[in-house]
Design a protein around this ligand. Sequence first.
Ligand SMILES: [Ca+2]
Ligand SMILES: [Ca+2]
Ligand SMILES: [Ca+2]
Length: 280
Amino acid sequence: MTSKGRVSIVFPVLVVCKVMLLAGSATAAPVFFTDFESGVPAEFSDVTVAVGTQGYAGFGFGGTFLRNTTASSTLLTLGNLPAHTALGISFDLAIIDSWDGSTFIGGAAPSDFFNVRLNGVTVFSATFDNFFQSDQTAPTVNTITFGAQLGFTGTLPGAIFLEDGTRIDGPIAYVDSAYNMGHPAAGLSNIPHSGNAAIIEFFASGSGWQGGNDESWAIDNLSVTLVPDPSARSRTGRPYPYSPWDCRNGASSTSLAVVGRERYTFSLHRSAFRSCRCHP
Ligand SMILES: [Ca+2]
Ligand SMILES: [Ca+2]
Ligand SMILES: [Ca+2]
């Protein structure tokens, strides 16, 4: 490729990036995303089991998600975050099998909580119920699917309780549900946060949460976004984020140093620049 050819490809991208960033400088920009289709990224730790989505494939989960059948957490650790004033967490949550909500209505062993912590602080904690949504404290306006059989168990012995308290024993093929946790109702889209590191912890809890093939959860299509700090400046003195390098996924201290030499790094980092994902 000639140098003239490079300009014709790269420069229009630069223009688009600038316009989008300047027009939306206070808008959240993603710093991390995974759909687990290529495995579990290195930023995850503790329980990091990627499995096939079975029936969830029909609800936007693709072929693979991260499933946790234990009481241990799944951790996502992000570092070297650029200056920001708020952080957003968005993901699709699979509630798999016999989650029993807050009371004995529906299930036999409440309560079952799903939780999210950010740097040790609880930012989401609510019960889910796969029998009666009225028995859960989690929002329902963000339901992707509820009460469908999407796989993961055979028929197990068990009992369900009707809303009038009637107990019904018998073999049960536990049904499944899914929720869009990026919906504002989940309260995770604009969490005040400014530190340069984020440890996001996903876990189940509750006196009745049984785990295993009885109750489990999975996450997918997970993104973390940051609302840029309008007072922060790059080393060029321009408002941050300004450079397309700033807005690329995984912006780090290395990328900030690049901003300070942007006249020289444009060509040196042309490949990174061209892969930059600009978001308003
Ligand atoms: Ca997936
Ligand atoms: Ca099931
Ligand atoms: Ca339970």
